[in-house]
Design a protein around this ligand. Sequence first.
Ligand code: HEM
Length: 285
Amino acid sequence: MEADPLAPWLLAVKLGLYASALLAAGLGLHASMNIVERAERTRCLRLAALLGGAALVFAISRLLIANVQLGGSLGSIFDPATLAWTWPTLAPSSVAFAIGAGLLFVAWLFQRGAFAGLASVALASGFALTGHTQALEPPGLAPWAAGLHVLIAAFWIAAPVTLWPGASLSDANVLARTERFSRLALFSIPVLFALGLWLAVLLAGSISALLTSSYGQLLTAKLVVAGAALGLGAYNKQVVTRKLRETPTSGRRALTTTLSFDALLFAGALILVGAATTLTGPPTD
Ligand code: HEM
């Protein structure tokens, strides 16, 4: 089968959508769950609203690429006849991203954490309303499992931003944020792994297909990368948090290091799932 010349563009746009939508949703969750202290909420919600806007731009770009793919030329990028085919498929997901971006803007404008929480759910739904889980016969709970999986992933990958021990953040606030985040991460991240593993076997079709198909191998590599991030999380909880309490200066240094590695691992996980859902797909036999 001839490689799709637009696939690299679609992958780039998807990675932009993942990074902006998940960081926006994650920061929205951190503000609505009071991981970020009230005094810093404005700055957190402003960044989340900006990222929500970026996610909407990437969602629109995804639709335009679908138009070119279906129309077969750049000339069909805004063609209403082509849009009549692409819009019905991408409409639910695109509308969810638009609602999420809009709610984040309102949350920032009116300083309402509850709107930020709702926005995060809408942004995560954008991934439940499209993609491979929707193609399952019947989809059943899989799309909502994917949505919850992405919501928890958003909560996790925003941690390097929220917990970063910047100069304006006091030792007490760095420690408080880290402890509040760890408390919620302790029960939510195992759910992300359980949902991810269930979806991986369901979509690949079997454990052997997970290990032998290129789609399955990309997801397995993602599991390994996410496992490494989980290990770092445990180190943060057991060692770095104690350092932050006892010797804040070296604790902040250690946290900067672990959060930098976390950010690299999260980028790796997003690139792997982007490649799995754009350059390959679940085995069809
Ligand atoms: C750092 C941790 C993780 C992040 C940031 C993450 C992120 C994501 C994102 C953004 C999606 C939606 C992809 C889309 O609809 O285009 C997704 C889907 C998925 N993730 Fe994860 N995930 C993580 C961990 C895991 C783990 C540990 C597994 C277990 C194997 C897993 C398995 C899956 C599967 C099977 C899908 C559905 C893929 C498809 O629709 O074809 N994820 N993940």
